[in-house]
Design a protein. Structure first.
Length: 319
């Protein structure tokens, strides 16, 4: 049986697939009546849903409500249309590939298999008027971060140690790879310190100092430089974001991640090419007196500061 693989990153901040633009993890249920305005609409089980920039509150276990299942249907519909091109209807058996932070796999993987698999029953819904008839024949759940770095293993197998630092919406996950590229399960950490915490911190500082309410979209635009709120609010936003970054780096240091790693993260966030990141790492390591392969190499993927789905051979991360 031929299955279409549909990969979905069900993040607390964004939903992502390989061939579509990320969208916010925000959902509105309109009940049995279609939304009054023309927006992206999905109809499932007699109810209408649309997307919103206001994300769902952070969830550790996303199987507790139907929200992330509906968001995954949105993602699957978009990805199938991107893979196959426009059609009046789609009927497919799919393999749904998902990810979890490595430290959450043991607890949440069985729930994900049941929640997203729905016993292999056919699922029918419409997305923007197009009919979808899908059967989730298989669900595969992979450790986030490590799954993304697999294409690069050939470049790091000979290194003494390597780190994967996955900065997501809810968590920042760190996995150390031993020589040969195998994960070291004794060094596998997950911090509740994803960029949602940074957004909350920026919003709180601006609210307390300037009595202004910012949503996630506005914070993101200010930090990217595409929205000018005035010097006072911009300075407050960057001060709060810098405080988050310092706290995150301190947490990494406390867990034994080398200074050269956290120094090179600055080059990564700037959207540097892989060669430039490597140069930044080498400079940091040299400044600390490290030479050769005694220090680890650096591989870092972040859900909110990278586009790993569309990366090229010479680009590790992009903004």
């Amino acid at each position: 049986m031929s299955l279409t693989i549909i990969s979905v990153d069900t993040g607390n901040k964004n939903i992502k697939t390989p061939n579509t633009q990320p969208f916010n993890s925000g959902l509105i249920c309109h009940g049995t009546s279609a939304p009054p305005l023309s927006v992206e609409t999905l109809r499932y089980d007699g109810k209408y849903y649309s997307l919103t920039e206001k994300r769902i509150p952070t969830m550790f276990d996303k199987t507790e409500t139907e929200d992330f299942y509906i968001l995954t249907l949105f993602a699957a519909a978009k990805e199938i249309a991107a893979q196959d091109g426009p059609k009046p209807a789609y009927r497919k058996d799919i393999c749904l590939a998902l990810g979890l932070p490595p430290t959450h796999l043991q607890e949440l993987k069985p729930k994900y298999l049941k929640y997203f698999g729905r016993g292999g029953q056919r699922i029918e819904f419409t997305y923007n008027g197009t009919h979808y008839d899908l059967r989730v024949a298989r669900v595969e759940v992979f450790p986030q971060g490590y799954a993304a770095v697999v294409p690069y293993l050939g470049k790091i197998r000979d290194k003494t140690r390597s780190y994967i630092i996955d900065i997501g919406g809810y968590t920042t996950d760190v996995v150390m790879l031993k020589k040969g590229g195998e994960p070291d399960l004794d060094f596998c950490e997950s911090f509740n310190a994803g960029v949602i915490r940074m957004f909350d911190q920026v919003q709180r500082v601006v609210r307390n100092r300037h009595r202004r309410e910012l949503d996630d979209y506005m914070v993101d635009a200010i930090l990217r430089g595409t929205l000018d709120p005035g010097d006072a609010i911009r300075n407050a936003a960057f001060e709060a974001a810098s405080s988050y970054a310092r706290t995150l780096i301190s947490s990494l240091r406390e867990k034994g991640v080398d200074q050269a790693i956290v120094t090179a993260m600055g080059a990564i966030r700037a959207g540097a090419k892989e060669s430039d990141v490597g140069a930044a790492y080498d400079r940091a390591a040299a400044a600390l007196g490290a030479t050769g392969n005694s220090f680890p190499s650096l591989i870092c993927f972040g859900a909110n500061c990278a586009e790993p789905h569309h990366s090229t051979d010479d680009t590790l991360l992009r903004t």
